[in-house]
Design a binder for this molecule. Structure first.
Ligand SMILES: *Cc1c(COP(=O)(O)O)cnc(C)c1O
Length: 374
């Protein structure tokens, strides 16, 4: 088993995932279903395992960022709607029909490209209501409808993305409400133009938590489903009992004694201020552990105690000071995210240490990691 032999691995708690899914379902507006975001390997949690568990709970629609992610999910046996939220290049377009994926119409050019193929690809129309990233603008709806009328595309949905729903300021709140108003107006316009889409959706995690009254047929929840929000502050503010679904662990590969004054790691950054016991962990920045945790910024748990990261995080390895932790041995398990012996390191804390959000830390957990599902 992975646990015995892997150098570094993630552990997915199915119980936590189910708990979060049930909690979020309880917040859904009437008639709205979960459409979990499984992009970036389910934010580092392992998309196939997450989809499998959610499917058991009756979840029938998912979204991903790319056609290849969608194809991989199909290959692992996922059924139901798989919406590709992002751009699909010409090279990957055949995947859409082959795997029965639903493609987002990200702009007019994309609509043209899809229309010209003459295939009955399922699509959802993205509407730009203010994020200005992807989507068809309000002034382009007529052109879009004209395109759709001459193509065999199956228009099954229309959606927009809220870009400030996590903000608490008046400005963000007003902007978010304006986005929702613009969206529902666009839905009406499309309907009036004979381009009605059966499904409409706009809620992401922050949207569902803050604005369930916006409604819609799907809530595209990502981060909350995994049991966290982007920051510790947001997480405490939401007041929900979300449970972190992922732990990140690594093997202690070697333990050694340094005399006071000896240094360790690249660039001789660490000089032992006292006789020091150092443990090497078999995980590095190539696995998604941020290099910015170097030099004592970050820490790990070993035998239920905190050990600071010392020196520079390497590509495949990391040094921690275990002087104050008795009996560290090669083969021990260190916890980089998660609980150990009553102590815990939350992904939001790691994110704060390196100046980013939990989403980035999670989604960068790399393919080299083992995956344990519990
Ligand atoms: C990633 C993404 C989501 C999920 O967002 P969370 O904040 O993780 O809930 C929803 N919709 C779109 C378009 C996305 O790109």
């Amino acid at each position: 088993m992975c646990e015995q032999t892997a150098r570094a691995w993630t552990e997915l708690s199915r119980a936590a995932l189910r708990h979060n899914a049930a909690l979020l379902r309880g917040l859904l507006p009437a008639g709205c279903e979960l459409m979990p975001a499984l992009k970036a390997d389910a934010y580092g949690h392992g998309a196939a395992a997450v989809a499998g568990e959610l499917a058991k709970m009756g979840v029938r629609a998912f979204c991903v960022a790319t056609a290849r992610e969608g194809a991989a999910l199909r290959e692992s046996g996922v059924r139901g709607v798989i919406l590709v939220l992002g751009y699909t290049g010409e090279q990957d377009l055949p995947l859409l029909m082959r795997h029965d994926l639903t493609q987002t119409v990200v702009d007019l050019d994309c609509a043209r490209l899809l229309a010209d193929r003459g295939e009955p690809v399922r699509v959802h129309i993205a509407v730009d209501t203010g994020m200005h990233r992807l989507g068809v603008g309000p002034g382009e709806l007529e052109q879009l409808c004209a395109l759709l009328r001459r193509a065999p595309l199956r228009v099954e949905g229309v959606f927009t993305h809220l870009c400030a729903a996590d903000g608490t300021g008046l400005r963000e709140r007003a902007y978010t409400r304006a986005q929702a108003a613009a969206f529902w107006e666009t839905v009406q316009t499309l309907r009036a133009a004979g381009c009605a889409a059966p499904k409409a959706h706009l809620l992401n995690s922050a949207g569902l938590l803050g604005y369930p009254e916006f409604g819609g047929d799907y809530a595209r929840v990502g981060i909350a489903l995994y049991g966290t929000l982007s920051t510790r502050e947001e997480l405490s503010r939401c007041g929900l009992e979300l449970r972190a679904a992922l732990s990140l662990r690594a093997r202690v590969s070697s333990v050694r004694l340094l005399r006071r004054g000896e240094c360790a790691g690249y660039g001789m950054d660490f000089a032992a201020p006292r006789d020091t016991v150092l443990a090497s962990l078999a995980i590095g920045y190539a696995d998604g552990l941020p290099r910015a945790l170097s030099g004592g910024v970050g820490g790990v748990l070993l035998h239920g105690c905190r050990a600071p990261i010392v020196g520079r995080v390497c590509m495949d390895q990391t040094l921690v000071d275990v002087t104050d932790i008795g009996g560290a041995h090669a083969g021990d398990t260190a916890t980089l995210i998660g609980e150990d012996g009553g102590q815990s390191i939350h992904v939001c804390d790691v994110a704060a240490q390196v100046g980013t959000i939990a989403n980035e830390i999670l989604s960068r957990l790399g393919p080299r990691l083992g995956r344990v599902v519990q």
